[in-house]
Structures are given as C-alpha cells and as structure tokens.
Write a protein that binds this ligand. Sequence first.
Ligand code: BGC
Length: 386
Amino acid sequence: MSGLARSIVVNIVVVFIAAFILPGADPVWAAGKIHQKAYGTTSDGKAVDEYMLTNANGVEVKIITFGGIVTSIKVPDRNGNMANVVLGLTDLKSYDTMNPYFGAIIGRYGNRIAKGKFTLEGQEYTLATNNGPNSLHGGNVGFDKKIWAATEIKDASGVGLSLTYTSPDMEEGYPGALSVKVVYTLTDKNELKIDYTATTDKATVLNLTNHSYFNLGGEGSGPIYDEVLWMAADKITPVDSTLIPTGALAPVAGTAFDFTVPKVLGPAIHSNDPQVVIGKGIDHNFVLTRPSADGKTMVLAARLYDPWSGRMLETWTTEPGVQVYTGNFLDGSLYGPSGRSYRQGAAITFETQHFPDSPNQPSFPTTELKPGKILRSSTVYKFLVD
Ligand code: BGC
C-alpha cells in the first residue's frame, strides 16, 4: 500500500471510531437503555407508543404516551427476584375506557374540587362534576386520557422520557392555555423521578400528580394489609361525606392515620375511625410535617415496606401533601397483566400533591399559576430492599 493510501485508510478508521464508537462509550451517560415500540391505536385513530426504560440493575419501567401512564415497574426483592409492583391493565382500550387512573398523569387538578366550581380573580369557573357532586382528577377527559408527545432522554442522571402536552384555554372548564412537561427519569439508584413544569397564558389553578398504585408484593399478589407504612405527616385534611376537605388540619396522633411510627396497614384500613368509614379505607391527604422549605429540595414523605419480599418504597417530594389511597373502590372487576383481579386493598397510592379543593380553601397552600411564572414540582419513587 502506498503512503498516501495508508494515510487515507488510517484517517477513515479514525473518523469511524470518533463518530460511532466513542460517543457510545461516553462516560457521562448512565448505563440504562430505552426502547420504543407501538402500543396501539385509540378508538379515534391516534397512535400510542410504549417506552421501556431499563437501568444498570435491570430495573424496568414501562410508560405509554396515552395518559403518560406508568404501566409497569419491575424491581427486585431481597433475593433478586423481579416483580411488577404497580397495578395496570392489559391493553389500550381498557386504559381508555375503564382505568381508575392506574399509573396516570393527573391534571389539570389532582383530587377533588367541590361542586366543580371555583372563583379566580373575580370570575367563577364551572367544571364537569364527574364524581358525585364534585370534580375529580381534571374532569371528564383529564390528562390521564391525553396523548403526550414523547422525547427520549439519556444523560448522566439516567434514562428518561420527556412528555409534553398543551391544554387549550378552557379545556374541561379551566382557564388559560397550559403547557405541561412531565419528565420521567429512571436512575441507576433504582429511582423513578418525575419532574413537572407548567406555564400558562392566563391565571389558572393546577395540581399535577402521578396516580401509580403500588403493591410491593407484586401486582395481583393480594391485599397490602401486611405492608408497613411510615409517613412524615402529623396531620391530615379530614373530609366530608363527599370526600371534600372540611378545611381543618386534623392531628393524626391517637387516630388510625398515625403512621409517624411504622405500622402495618391492615388495622388502619379496617378501623372504625369515622374518617376511615367515610373513605371506605384510607383516602386522605396527609400534610407533611416538614415540607420542602424552598419548593425545590425534595423531602422524604413516606416509606412503605413489605416484610415478605423485603421490597421498600420511599416517596420523596417537593409537594406539601400526599394523597394516600388504599384502592378502596376496587371491586374485583378489573385485572392486570398477572391475570388476577384487583379488590379493595390491592394497592396503595402516594399521590404527591397540593391539597384537594385548594381553590376553595383560602387557608391551604395556593394552587394558582400566573402568566410569566413556571410551576415546578418533583417527586421520586425510590425502590430499596431490606
Ligand atoms: C381519590 C379517590 C379516587 C381515586 C380514583 C384518588 O386520588 O382520592 O377517592 O377514588 O383517586 O382512582
């Protein structure tokens, strides 16, 4: 080979290595992977994708672009056996027609707004009343039923999925065109991080959350009565018979809601505490004793432990409250990928949030967002074993 030919070959090899091999080995990237595939088509012909995020430890999270729903989270037990620890349904049609918000992004307003009405800047707004006399989880077609635009992310913190949706002015009766971004990140520390940002062009109210139902024994493995809960919350917002906060902050001390020391869930769910009777179990907003001081630093809000599998879940958040819901309205008519039906107590949610009905409760932390401001909120579900 002539000297010229040799130098051309060497240059081609150098360019090839620089272009294709070095970036793949970029040391700032996390070890995780992300795979996309078609999930299905909605009844009105819109394509929905599924993204599977996997981290260095084999933890696997599946998310669909319909509702930004987390359909599956597979984590190890103390012996390394993997199980899916969130309730889900088996296909898109079920998520579209019969989902009690399993895994979904909730918006514009997580939990209830009394009688579907609120007044903002002197103007009264009327929402759909889709839960008895009240509006629940954003109305008839909330964010849990929207198709979100997805972008894959891979950086030093993990692998992720950025989901965006723009809710038009007056959608479901809420003022302002609202641009929402929800970023799910799976880290190599077995954390699923959820970062929410939103902006509006008119004053509005919003309360974004995720509605995953957790069962650390595995979805469909039976009730969570033996799971042990600790909450960093010394008060709840008690509710009336339609599950609307009375406006009081009630101390948990001496009640079924006292999880300031770890306790098994069964006795609390079956207690005759009048608030438990109203909720048919726990369905209450816990007020964090020491919420994030700056709204940016996450605090540990809850720890759930399954003594049988050794799996543990910590919930960290910048939000001031957590709706804990023990699946009280599950009646056995739904079943998930395991093929087993879901009954009352089949799972527990940690819906990190501002308090329910805040637009009608002046003493609660505000849920208003004004033009020019950015709403930021973060939550981490961290999976451990013991
Ligand atoms: C509410 C429950 C409701 C459930 C719907 C929870 O956030 O507090 O009352 O039944 O969502 O799945």
